[in-house]
Design a protein around this ligand. Sequence first.
Ligand code: AMP
Length: 187
Amino acid sequence: MLSAIESICVYCGSRHGDSPAYADAARALGKAVAESGWRLVYGGARIGLMGELADAALAAGGEVLGVIPRSLIGSEVGHGGLTELQVVDDMHARKLAMSDAADAFVALPGGLGTLEELFEMMTWQQIGWHAKPIAILDVEEYYAPLVGLLRQAVAAGFLGDHQLQRLIVESQADALATRLKAMPDGF
Ligand code: AMP
């Protein structure tokens, strides 16, 4: 049976990065999520790639749930135009609410916050706390060093090859959406 994805959680930078390709990819992913009929779940900010992603999903007629800690509403500029903005007490509550609300996870380029969230979902998948697909949208090979490090972890005996094989890596938003649609349920 193919996966029945209803909501996708996307992690991405609260900055734009230094290549216009990053914002282009965030917009393309937001549009692909909406056009796939999926609800977008993200960190609820209006800044950086987060804002680009959410605005593109909304413009394409998609539903968007943002989850933001109360203390970050000011600095990350809580997005006022979402379908729903859930305000939570702290970062732990944010991450839990985002992961609970989603059936799959995608990381766009981003900084420490993005990497931390991606790795948390990968570690939870590894120990069987969830069996939801995890994907990287590898814009301009931003994530090539990270994938290289994971290969090194396999070669050094710290990570099972099967675990690395579960990570979906695509460079185009549409191709990534197509891969996710083809995932078997509870893969
Ligand atoms: P960044 O990738 O560092 O630009 O951060 C992207 C998003 O992750 C922002 O909304 C940050 O607030 C959030 N973030 C920052 N630190 C953490 C953390 N420890 N866990 C989860 N998210 C975080």
